[in-house]
Design a protein around this ligand. Structure first.
Ligand code: G6P
Ligand code: ZN
Length: 540
């Protein structure tokens, strides 16, 4: 490799539609492979960082890359914060299938380590619409498989590429947050307790090296307790989204196996699913509430105190009950982790989560799958109860918010938009508020219906049209949204949330309890008529 290289200006043409969605720019790999497509978007990110003046030069002095190109999204957030970088770019299919015929994405995280907020992604998008050229130094060659620091001259300026261990900074952070020795005792067993058997599934995503280091080397579990731990470019054909449909492998192994606890993570390591013995499912909304109620068992929160809790708007309101009981403030934000960042930076928020299998805290500015798993194990190590017992106790204290989400993937975009317009017009009818909606023996009285609009309490910025909501007098809710992370067609999401505190209902099946509300949701939306779909693609 030459130690002095020069950059080149490459003429390009504008590509339409490079608008980041809920989480970065997501498209099919084939779209990203078009000439200049990826370079354009990266150039727009860099320009949005401040290189706005025509003819000016953005000088990048140092680049940190994970060994073999591997860093999980939470590790990127950790590294941005630890080394105080100006931001970071994550190239990932996230929770979507990967490989040449599947999906890809580019996310930009800001200097706080969190996903770029709307005003930054809007700026990036505006730049993509007028971009005429990008700058590239094609002759830089660094072996990214080798941990090393290389300094060279680029256009006469020193430029350093650091290839760093993918896991070590993240591991160090986790060790400062959790008591590894108590988790180790739980997992390995002690005089009074048999080993607590766990099964961890990385879904062939990026978390493989992390779970090997943390669970095998540090916490001493057996190799056989870790599956799909080799990161594969196409995730071995898996759809690396940890839910009951796409993480069937984990669900089945838990159903049939001796395991007390199971966890799966998505392709870039920020999502998690938690299961108890015999595949007892913890909804992400309940997971958030249980952690909220038990934060004092985790050393990090003992030290920092608990400032506030937050959830995204469609997330089940279980955590609201914990907030009310503990006298801790609860924030509701639109879907998208980026909306939590400001609250955390301003010191208002300690713990937050989303129904989309995201759980995290102010230890970084991303949701964090492995963190959630370690948080659960910490709680279990202290309480010495099974996952199911912990949930039952929680519901007995707080009551239970039953929650279900129906996804209709890959619908015709035009019809999906028409359906949303239809619902919005139904919601605007003045007679709706106060009206009674009945299905089977259940009747719900409408309290409020709107298109959710959020005002950030820190900087006053607004995000409108964040989901159509019908709120009922008993606290039940129906929410409709179009996904912002799909890459083909439209994905319609219908979320239903209802509260019960009758002890006889607590252990009932969510599908059964929520059936009347789901029926009402489908009737109002005319979903069948608009989409031709009889059943959702995925239920979570
Ligand atoms: C990503 C984001 C989350 C968001 C989720 C679902 O994982 O980081 O914050 O909740 O996507 O978004 P969607 O728009 O597909 O419902
Ligand atoms: Zn992810």
């Amino acid at each position: 490799m030459s130690s002095a290289v020069t950059s080149k200006i490459i003429e390009t043409r504008v590509y339409d539609g490079q608008k980041p969605g809920t989480s970065g720019l997501r498209k099919a790999v084939r779209v990203f492979m078009q000439e200049h497509y990826t370079e354009n978007f990266v150039q727009a990110i860099l320009q949005a960082l401040g290189d706005q003046l025509p003819g000016s030069t953005l000088v990048v002095k140092r680049l940190i890359i994970g060994q073999s190109g591997i860093l999980s999204t939470p590790a990127v957030s950790t590294i941005i914060r630890k080394y105080k970088t100006q931001g970071g770019i994550v190239l990932t299919a996230s929770h979507n299938p990967g490989g040449p015929d599947a999906d890809f994405g580019i996310k930009f995280n800001c200097e706080n380590g969190g996903p770029a907020p709307d005003h930054v992604t809007n700026k990036i998008y505006e730049i993509t619409k007028v971009l005429k050229s990008y700058k590239i130094a094609p002759d830089i060659t660094v072996d990214v498989d080798k941990i090393q620091s290389t300094t060279m001259q680029v256009d006469g300026n020193p430029f350093t590429v650091d290839v760093v261990d993918s896991v070590s900074d993240y591991l160090e952070h986790m060790k400062n947050i959790f008591d590894f020795s108590s988790i180790k005792t739980l997992l390995q067993g002690s005089n009074n307790h048999p080993p607590f058997k766990v099964l961890i599934n990385a879904m062939n995503g990026v978390t493989g090296p992390y779970i090997k280091q943390i669970f095998i080397k540090e916490l001493g579990i057996d190799n056989s307790s870790i599956v799909n731990a080799e990161p594969l470019e196409d995730f071995g054909g898996l759809h690396p989204d940890p839910n009951l449909t796409y993480a069937k492998g984990l669900v089945n192994a838990m159903k049939d196996g001796p395991y007390d606890f199971g966890a799966a993570f998505d392709g870039d390591g920020d999502r998690n699913m938690i299961l108890g013995k015999k595949a007892f499912f913890v909804t992400p909304s309940d997971s958030l509430a249980v952690l909220a109620a038990n934060l004092n068992l985790i050393p990090y929160f003992k030290k920092t105190g608990v400032k506030g809790y937050a959830r995204s708007m469609p997330t089940g309101a279980a955590v609201d009950r914990v907030a009310a009981k503990n006298g801790i403030k609860l924030y509701e934000v639109p879907t998208g982790w980026k909306y939590f960042g400001n609250l955390m930076d301003a010191g208002h928020l300690s713990l937050c989560g989303e129904e989309s299998f995201g759980t995290g805290s102010n230890h970084i500015r991303e949701k964090d799958g492995i963190w959630a798993c370690l948080a659960w194990l910490s709680v279990i190590a202290s309480l010495r109860k099974s996952v199911e017992e912990i949930l039952l106790n929680h519901w007995q204290i707080y009551g239970r918010n039953f929650f279900v989400r129906y996804d209709y993937e890959n619908c015709d975009s035009e019809m999906a938009n028409k359906m949303m317009q239809h619902i919005e017009s139904e919601l605007q009818k003045p007679e709706l508020v106060g009206s009674k909606l009945t299905s089977e023996s259940k009747t719900y009285i409408v309290k409020l219906a709107d298109n959710y609009c959020y005002t950030d309490p820190v900087d006053g910025s607004q995000a409108s049209k964040q989901g159509l909501r019908i709120l009922f007098q008993d606290g039940s809710r129906i929410i409709y949204r179009l996904s912002g992370t799909g890459s083909s067609g439209a994905t319609i999401r219908v979320y239903v949330d209802s509260y019960e505190d009758d002890p006889a209902s607590l252990t009932k099946d969510a599908q059964e309890i929520l059936k009347p509300l789901v029926t009402i949701a489908l009737e109002i939306s005319k979903l069948r008529e608009f989409t031709g779909r009889d059943a959702p693609t995925v239920i979570t």
